[in-house]
Design a protein. Sequence first.
Length: 450
Amino acid sequence: MGLVAGMAAIGGSATLFAQDGAKPANAGEGTLMLKSKNYPLKNAVAYETTVDGEEGIAVVVSGPAISNEKLNEARKSEKKGEPSDFRRPYVKLEFTKAGAFKGWGAGAGDISLGRHSGGNATGELKLQDGRVIGKGNQPNETEGMFPSGLDVRFDVPLLRTGESLPPSKKPGPAANVKPSVTGVFKGNGKDAKLAYVSAHWREPFGDKPSIALVFTEKDHSKDKKPDFNAGFGKFGSALIVSLHEDGDIFGCEVAHTALKHQNFSSIGKINTNDFEYADGQVKGELTTDGAADVFGESWEVNVKFVAPLGEVPKEFQPAASKEPEQDATDKQATSEPTTEPSEKAAPKPAKDQLNVKDLALTKDAADVDYKALVEQLGFKSKANVKSVCAELSANLKGQGWTKQGSDLITPASAILKRKRGDATLTIFVKPESGGSNVKMMTEGLAWDEK
């Protein structure tokens, strides 16, 4: 999970400026420095949003292309006064409608910076003929937990409230293109030659269509379950990546023969660049931006690939939502009056609200740790990840919990989501000391002492 830092407002002023000459095409370019690593940025989008509770403009300059889906998610979060996130690496600059610079945030690897405070950051923006033209800069600062700096420029159309990015290309049937992969895949400094790649539709994750990319040393083209068998070393060293159509990664399984831990999950260590799913194929780049440390060992990937992939089959399409999605901020308020306008009405306990101490776990659950402050609990089991998931799923089903989306289960990690009335669970299972470690994030359970 990303670390968040510096949420206070940044001081500084903006100088509006004009650019002479012909207007360039939609453009964004620059560099983000974070923890001594430099990240190139080449895509940009600008949109009207809420900044400090007032109308403002946000400009995002990123490495990957920015999708409508990510943009809409960001707008909803910002409307509620919550932080937003984009595919990494990225820099987000915030301005008032008049062009005054308010600050910047960024994300790269497994680190997130909230609005940055202090330093010598400056930003400039001018609205001209429906476009925003400007730049942002902060000299590299080496002090603090997250040394950082940026230098970006942009010239893009301003998306007004309600406007969207141009639609994506239609996928079409699988293209007649030969799968190929080139680049580096290392474990503890030793290279493994990834020679084969394939792309497959998998069960939806987070109610979105999902893709599995399988990279292996040996040919896996005739295997019916390559994403599963590759994780057990059937095709030599392998990398299995699960991601959405926009290149947003939610699963990464590393299997490298040079590592003591030959199969593990490494979420947050890997990103896509120039990812595109269109015209019956997927292509792009996967990179960890250098060596990543996991369990005291290191692994690294930087590969470019292309593989055929047709339209999502019916069995892998997300179920249609029963109710149209509605932004919570647009719903008519129905809360009972409170003593102060800023207070929230205390939630009334549901008649069937389950106490966290009654939550179904595995029979051998040990070292159960309840953290009431953050409404999370954890425990350990002697069984492996898949066995724990099977038992936990059965026990929760018997208690009235239902699935939310599809489970993501590999030998190296698992993510399960469950719902019961107004209560929800997000469950993470990982291998540990020959057994499993389980973390459960809860909402809507009673945490009072029994």
